[in-house]
Design a protein around this ligand. Structure first.
Ligand code: GMT
Length: 380
């Protein structure tokens, strides 16, 4: 197949997933065209069957807000025609699903039908999407997509409850590439981070409010009061300075390391004992899956799709959002019981295997085939 992928090129979960999907499809011989405003973060400059089309926006004094949607729609029309794409797969509803609809309409006027698939990732529904400023367009463009997927059952249910959806929504979970994310021996590295055998707790996110990074620090404080430990905070974003201020207030600056955005996350996970994800909202929790693939148990909230991934009392523990006391208690229990920790590590790996790229990628391929067979005559 000749597939167009539209995504955000940043480190956010939707962009990461879209990029890994495209790379996986290209490895299987499909031609994959990424169409976005910057080379996606996880896309290397050259890979067979992968093409990158940059959307350049018009810079004109009249535009206080440069019209990215218009530039993207025009680019999609151009790439579909010139590269003869079979299908367009857009990730994150806003604005990509609406733009794909516009491109589809323009192409139809030119006598060309290209089916569109929209993947809902999370905040495009749970936070931004249901906001009145966007809701009518989100609902309309989901209904006008030829195919719609959501990354968890929870996200599907939330979408159906917030909007009036006429389309079927297929759940296709996030996935993990075990070629990259697996437990590797990094003892020398662990010694450098935790020279006295401290326990290593890790959190990865984009430091948005929804991730509740302050809860991570509060949990860590309680763990640290009970045992020597170190917290690795990976990523960057709007809440970072508040998080740093809290570390100073709690006198934990020497024990908490802000590592910023990191490429080799798997190496940091390889030395981690526990992963913390106390999110307010989380459609799936790709970062937790990455940890589990590296045999790291997860202490998480019960937000969104997290219970579909993190199995309570098996791969980690789940608590109500904001219940830092219980999360800390669970962390301490696990970190002081080597036998239970080893069992949870094994369970985390087994559960992660359910989301192996090798199982999930064929689900996308089969879905594209299905859409190509059924969507051609659908009225737009
Ligand atoms: O986590 C974020 O805020 C980034 C966000 C995105 O859309 O870029 O991630 C979402 O998509 C990921 C991939 O499908 C999911 O694993 C994350 O759970 C989801 N984040 C939220 O729902 C907050």
């Amino acid at each position: 197949m000749n597939i167009g992928i539209v995504c955000y090129p940043t480190y956010g979960g939707s962009g990461v997933l879209a990029t890994e999907l495209g790379k996986g499809l290209a490895m299987k011989g499909h031609k994959v065209h990424f169409i976005t405003y910057r080379q996606p973060a996880r896309l290397s400059p050259f890979q067979e069957n992968v093409f990158y089309h940059e959307v350049s926006n018009a810079d004109y004094p009249l535009f206080e807000y440069p019209p990215y949607d218009t530039a993207l729609a025009s680019k999609l029309v151009d790439v579909v025609n010139y590269e003869n794409l079979d299908i367009l797969h857009v990730h994150y509803a806003i604005p990509h699903a609406a733009v794909a609809y516009m491109a589809k309409k323009i192409l139809l006027g030119q006598g060309r039908y290209v089916p569109t698939v929209t993947t809902l990732h999370g905040t495009d529904i749970t936070l931004v999407g249901k906001n009145r400023a966007f809701a009518p367009v989100v609902e309309f463009s989901i209904n006008k997509s030829d195919g719609v997927t959501a990354v968890s059952k929870s996200l599907k249910d939330q979408t159906l409850s917030y909007f009036n959806i006429e389309n079927d929504i297929k759940v296709i979970y996030n996935f993990i590439d075990f070629e990259r994310f697996r437990k590797v021996n990094k003892d020398h590295f662990k010694k450098a981070i935790a020279p006295n055998g401290e326990r290593i707790l890790t959190h990865t996110s984009n430091f948005r409010k929804v991730k509740r990074v302050q809860d991570v620090i509060q949990i860590f404080k309680k763990v640290r009061d009970q045992m020597p430990s170190t917290l690795l905070l990976i990523g960057d974003g709007p809440e970072r300075s508040n998080a740093e201020a809290l570390c100073r207030k709690l006198g934990l600056c020497d024990e908490i390391r802000f590592l910023g955005k990191q490429e080799a996350i798997e190496e940091l996970l390889a030395v981690s004992d526990l992963f913390i994800m106390p999110s307010e909202s989380e459609s799936f929790g790709l970062a937790a899956l990455e940890a589990m693939a590296c045999e790291v148990p997860v202490i998480s909230s019960n937000a969104g799709g997290l219970p579909e991934l993190n199995l309570h009392n098996q791969t980690g523990f789940i608590s109500d959002i904001g219940n830092v006391d219980e999360m800390a208690q669970n962390a301490i229990q696990l970190l002081t019981n080597d036998k239970q920790l080893a069992l949870f590590q094994q369970n985390a790996l087994e559960q992660a295997k359910q989301f192996d790229l090798k199982h999930i990628l064929p689900q996308y391929e089969a879905y594209y085939e299905h859409i190509l067979e059924t969507a051609v005559y659908k009225d737009v």
